[in-house]
Write a protein that binds this ligand. Structure first.
Ligand code: ADP
Ligand code: MG
Length: 682
């Protein structure tokens, strides 16, 4: 068996209990362990004489144990061990709390290395809880040491020991997945050197060289996998369309387009009338009016006799788009396709789509099922793109013969990520809201405000307005969350707003029931809609002017912004009230951002700062493997290089079937196994 695939139990010192701990870190094989990189490295290489130590410094000291540790019971659960050590320049005291192993860990008169933070108290030098080891070991002290992201009960020292063992055993026999010609061209170091240098670098430079290589490697593999999923990017558009129908469409709209909408529409038109297939992302804050742009493009396609499709992430949204589409198209030209159609309706829909009778197709994931065949599909639009995985988008695109692709999203995407997901994608930004939109006044409140907010609700309802109340619902605590939402709806209906119609909407309902409720809310039959987050994307009911968010601390900032975007859609002043529990510092900071700005891009940026890139736009959501070393925000330059390399390799050997690409192919397949459930490259 290739050493990479051997179980970690083949390592000295890894028995059943350590195997269990390691498996919590997803480490099962030697290969997993080799690629389990330190979170950072710590330079402990410089050994300092005790005399020269300064307060607060971190240092390695090479010193002789003067006497055995003395024990002092400070209180019931607290025992202090103190041990004096000396070198030729002076003495210092080392202290440990509650560590009974310390008592017998040292031999008096022998030299050890100690590493820790120096404290000077009353002129005396000491180190609390230093790391120690015999002088000639140099695994934890006296060198640059790795610091791993660990789990409970697995100390750094143990992990380091296991990693050392693993490197010693494996390094020199690992096959480099990056072929030599690529390494040469891009100045990347060799795999065995890289592995030993990322774990146990001789110098900081070694570590950077190794890290760079792994960032490159990871991005390279990711790109290659993604390029494989993707359909032709630079396909030639053989039948440019006549876009003179744009003005005809504009005349049909009841409002006039904003400057930003006009600009983006021109960009779209110039794409679809050119020789190249469109591959464009339209980013625009919630409510900036992206939908009408999609319909404009669909209208032009239709007038050119082509079919186009718009895919939305939820049924509610697809239905809403369908209704909007009726304003611009003849009912007989439009086909709605969602999961909740009856079998007979679906059958009719498939026929309509296949025959080409339907030119304007709107729906959900149901659109990408195998059964659905299109006719001259030339424009593919996905709305709220961040809700779809790469594969779903690619599947839709594959339904046509290199169709134009338009992607709409309210969430700004870091450049690196968009390059990975979308490739060479053009980006348009709708950076202007339709006129007359008012800022949604936003307040962060706690329970003490409940009565006042209830009164505020009554006041707004009396003025004929409608209200959303959003309750969080997450999978882990689904049942409880649902119960809370139900009882809140009951309470509002029975005790607070008996004269109005309050209804609950949640994800577990049948689609038909959901649609009914949404329609009733849209038509004003329902006054207050209590909902779990299913309405988060895209809903448009301009008469709803109050948004109440329960447990706002449980939502991400960008999500809160999306939710808030459901109000402020009409001419009336709108309000967003966020209830939150707990005084968490971060909660306060996050909700503060919401009260201060209505700018979605600004909010996304702050979200990123406060949550860190790992959480934000979890790559998993996009149907991508998680990144281990590369950082989608900071490694953009390497990303571009890796992309070049990926294209070069694939141009040379599209199936990676040649000898020099065997290990690369293996690694790529493994990387995507988790998200695709099979080999990505056959
Ligand atoms: P989003 O960009 O979030 O998808 P929508 O396309 O749903 O936004 O548009 C939000 C609302 O704004 C809709 O009711 C739409 O009809 C309206 N709208 C869009 N563009 C304009 C405009 N230029 N002037 C006035 N209203 C507009
Ligand atoms: Mg939208």
């Amino acid at each position: 068996m290739y050493i990479f695939d051997q179980p970690i139990t083949t390592l000295k010192g890894v028995g059943e209990s350590r195997q269990k701990l390691l498996s919590k870190l997803k480490i099962k094989t030697i290969g997993d362990l080799l690629y389990f990189f330190p979170r950072y490295i710590e330079d402990r290489s410089v050994t300092m004489p005790i005399f020269s130590l300064t307060d607060g410094a971190r240092a390695t000291v090479r010193a002789t144990v003067v006497s055995k540790p003395s024990r002092l019971k400070i209180r019931n659960n607290l025992t202090l061990y103190t041990m004096p050590v000396k070198d030729s320049s002076g003495t210092m005291h080392l202290t440990w709390y509650n560590n009974k192993y310390i008592e017998n860990a040292f031999t008096v008169g022998r030299e050890y290395n100690f590493y820790g933070k120096v404290e000077i108290k009353y002129g005396k030098k000491q180190m609390e809880n230093p790391t120690y080891e015999a002088v000639d070991n140099n695994l934890h002290t006296g060198r640059i040491v790795p610091v791993y992201p660990l789990t409970e009960n697995l100390p750094q020292k143990t992990m380091r020991l296991i990693a050392r063992e693993c490197i010693d055993k494996a390094v020199s026999s690992i096959n480099d997945p990056i072929p030599l010609y690529v390494r040469k061209k891009y100045g990347l170091c060799e795999i065995n050197y890289a592995l030993s240098s990322i774990h146990f670098p001789e110098t900081k430079e070694d570590y950077s060289i190794a890290r760079h290589r792994f960032v490159f490697e990871e991005l390279l593999m990711l790109q290659m996998g993604m390029l494989h999923i993707k359909t032709a990017k630079t396909a030639v558009n053989l039948r440019p369309v006549n876009t003179s129908f744009k003005d005809e469409f504009i005349k049909k709209i009841s409002f006039s387009l904003t400057g930003a909408q006009n600009r983006v529409l021109d960009e779209i038109c110039s794409d679809i009338s050119s020789e190249k297939v469109m591959n464009r992302l339209v980013q625009g804050d919630v409510g900036s009016g992206k939908t009408v742009l999609a319909f404009a493009a669909m209208y032009i396609a239709q007038k050119n006799g082509r079919q186009s499709v718009l895919m939305a992430p939820t049924e509610v949204l697809a239905n809403q788009h369908y209704k909007t589409a009726l304003e611009y198209f003849d009912e007989s030209d439009i086909q709605l396709l969602t999961g909740s159609l009856t079998a007979a309706e679906k059958k009719a829909a498939y026929e309509n789509i296949k025959s080409g009778k339907a030119k304007i197709i709107i729906g959900t994931h149901a659109l990408i099922e195998n059964k659905v065949e299109y006719s001259d599909l030339s424009l593919v639009i996905t709305d709220e793109q961040h809700r779809f995985g790469v594969r779903q988008r690619a599947m839709l695109a594959e339904k046509g013969d290199s169709p134009h692709i338009l992607i709409m999203s309210a969430t700004p995407i870091p450049r690196t990520l968009s390059l990975i997901i979308y490739g060479e994608l053009d980006v348009s930004v709708v950076d202007e809201l339709p006129p007359g939109r008012q800022k949604v006044d936003t307040f962060a409140v706690d329970e003490s405000m409940r009565q006042r907010i209830n009164a505020f609700m009554r006041k707004n309802l009396a003025q004929g307005r409608q209200i959303y109340v959003i309750c969080p619902l997450i999978e882990e605590s689904e049942k409880m969350d649902l119960k809370a939402a139900k009882s809140l709806a009951d309470h509002l209906q029975n005790d607070v707003l008996p004269d109005y119609s309050v209804r609950l909407l949640h994800g577990k309902m049948k689609a038909s029931e959901k649609n009914q409720i949404m329609n009733d809310f849209a038509s004003g039959k329902i006054n207050v809609l209590v909902s779990t987050t299913v309405i988060e994307v895209g809903m448009n009911v301009p008469n709803a002017t109050v948004m109440i968010i329960e447990n706002a601390e449980r939502f991400g900032l960008s999500q809160l912004h999306q939710i808030r975007g459901r109000v402020g859609r009409g001419a009336e002043k709108s309000y967003c009230i966020m209830f939150s529990e707990g005084e968490g510092n971060n909660t306060k900071k996050r909700l503060d951002v919401m009260t201060k700005t209505n700018d979605g891009f600004e909010i996304a940026k702050r979200d990123l700062e406060l949550r860190g890139p790992g959480d934000f736009l979890g790559t998993r959501q996009h149907g991508m493997p998680e990144l281990n070393v590369a950082d989608i925000f900071t490694d953009f330059e390497t990303m571009k290089l890796a992309r070049n390399a990926a294209e070069e390799i694939l141009a040379k050997d599209p199936d990676l079937s040649s000898e020099e690409h065997i290990f690369l192919k293996l690694r790529i397949n493994r990387m995507f196994e988790g998200v695709l459930g099979g080999n990505i490259i056959g």
